[in-house]
Design a binder for this molecule. Structure first.
Ligand SMILES: O=C(O)C[C@@H](Cc1ccccc1)[C@H](O)SCc1ccccc1
Ligand code: NI
Length: 183
């Protein structure tokens, strides 16, 4: 199982690379990597396992964060209606998005960034994401709220973008035009 020792930290060059597409159908090796990502996120949300192994809780994780520069992400998060969204995707892609934007009122964090970096991170309020799941099926997800934010955070990792790149450097808490906060 993955632990925090497997997660690379800010400053590691892999976090600034554009990750490679995963050839389809996925190899056993690529499937094992993607399974380890979703396993980490689930484990990190289990208080006993997280405490026993010193896991920082996460609602998402991207392959570059474990030094694998390939386009794979895992998300395990409940939406505002308390529905669980749990997805492990190869080659995820935002195929459309709202003009309206949103941001997490509490700001964002990252398992690859040990210190907290305050400020609003403007995101699209709604996104449609396509990808391929572990069974090789094409998945199309229409997302809003916290799930939409997490997917954008993880897909950013595949493009070498860190959450703090989006924070207004002059005024981290500057109002985000035509945006609604996600509490
Ligand atoms: O480093 C990562 O990619 C995991 C991030 C995911 C994240 C998504 C959206 C906004 C902030 C971070 C975090 O470590 S998950 C930690 C967390 C848990 C609950 C709510 C927000 C962040
Ligand atoms: Ni992150």
């Amino acid at each position: 199982m993955l632990t925090m020792n497997d997660i690379v930290r800010d400053g590691h060059p892999v976090l600034r690379k554009v990750a490679e597409e995963v050839p389809m159908p996925p190899s056993q090796e690529d499937k094992a990597v993607l399974e380890s990502l979703i396993e980490y996120v689930k484990n990190s949300q289990d208080p006993e396992v997280a405490q026993k192994h010193g896991l920082r809780p996460g609602i998402g994780l991207a392959a570059p964060q474990i030094n694998v520069s390939k386009r794979m992400i895992a998300v395990h998060v409940t939406d505002e209606k308390d529905n669980l969204l749990s997805h492990a995707l190869f080659n995820p892609k935002i195929i459309s998005h709202s003009v309206e934007r949103s941001y997490l009122a509490a700001g964002e964090g990252c398992l690859s960034v040990d210190e907290s970096i305050p400020g609003f991170v403007p995101r699209y309020a709604r996104v449609t994401v396509k990808g391929v799941d572990l069974e090789g099926n094409e998945v199309k997800l229409r997302l809003k709220g916290l799930p939409a934010i997490v997917f954008q955070h993880e897909i950013d990792h595949l493009n070498g973008i860190m959450f703090y790149d989006h924070i207004n450097k002059q005024d981290p808490y500057a109002e985000v035009p035509d945006a609604k906060p996600v509490e």
